[in-house]
Design a protein around this ligand. Sequence first.
Ligand code: AKG
Ligand code: FE2
Length: 379
Amino acid sequence: MSVSAQLGTSAYTNSFKKISGPVVERDGLIQVPEQDVSKIKYIEYLPTWTKEEKYIPLKFFKHVDPGSRADPEFGLLFPKSGSSIRKPITPKFGTTVENVQLSQLDAKGKDELALLVAQRGVVVFKNQDLAEKGPRFAVEYGKHFGPLHIHPTSGAPPNAPELHTVYRTPKVENLFEHSVNLLGWHSDVTYEMQPAGTTFFSVIQGPEAGGDTLFANTAEAYERLSPAWQEFLGGLSAVHSAIQQASASKNEIGIVKRDAVENIHPIIRTHPVTGKKSIFVNSGFTRSIVGLKSEESATILNFLFDLIGNSHDLQLRVKWEPNTVVIWDNRVTNHTAIFDWDSSEPRLAFRITPQAERPVNNLVDLNKEDTNKVYKGQL
Ligand SMILES: O=C(O)CCC(=O)C(=O)O
Ligand SMILES: [Fe+2]
């Protein structure tokens, strides 16, 4: 197998049609076939595309993370006299929260939420009314956390292009025809200069069992490295690419809303709020290490993908129930969908994707457009 064939062949970037099923052109929109729509509870979240929808390249902006303004005592989320409760999912990673209604949080409550998510990596909220409030509410809600990313290829509700939807048709057959599993570990849109930070995801309809989402803690993955490797990797940066995702989408449904980009990010990034370091590579989008020979680069990246994807002792698994909303900090986690059900039950989810700062190794470089000076121009 060639070096390039070992990298970046994730289910996430390559198997849109296999996983999502066919789309048709109807009423001027590319969308799911009519017979599938009757099975869907919240049809306003179904993905749609138009060939005319085009966006100009994203521009740099300074990001002040809402978590940096938060009360570290969490007096609004978890008031001493209140009924809200939090339980860790694993000791260092993930928290489940009950008796907090996300839609009711004011600006200060949302700041606390950003801090909680930064500290715990993944936070699971049960019994939420976000889906019921509709796509536009979700969009307005998410803007507090950063400018919302419009995905270059994903489908979205017609009135909410900022949402990214994930849909699997009832009619996928022979899912494992070409691969023994469909795991696609990634963090979201890391090919952008400023990838996602505090990211919201809700599976609003899914199978009775299956379709869970796996998460890995990349801050903990960094802690597992020896000091020598921490130092070595701290001086390196990697190319993240949207090209495979865009070309798969172009071939399969003829859609690319924004030209594919590549960006270089430090392999070890530092979180602007917690100050913690994490490994910032993912098998979905990270292609090569700047300045290394191809075999060296592939060896290191495959080692890191393996550390993140196969260390079950730094991972957690979310089982979706109706009205669960999960928020992850995309800077300190990787995740993968799980396609393990072959019943005719569809699965429909939406994501709110606020962008955050340009990743930096050292916080002295925070919010400088030219942050990664030493790496620039080496694509
Ligand atoms: O469907 C899932 O469980 C995860 C999908 C995903 O990776 C995403 O929307 O960012
Ligand atoms: Fe994702």
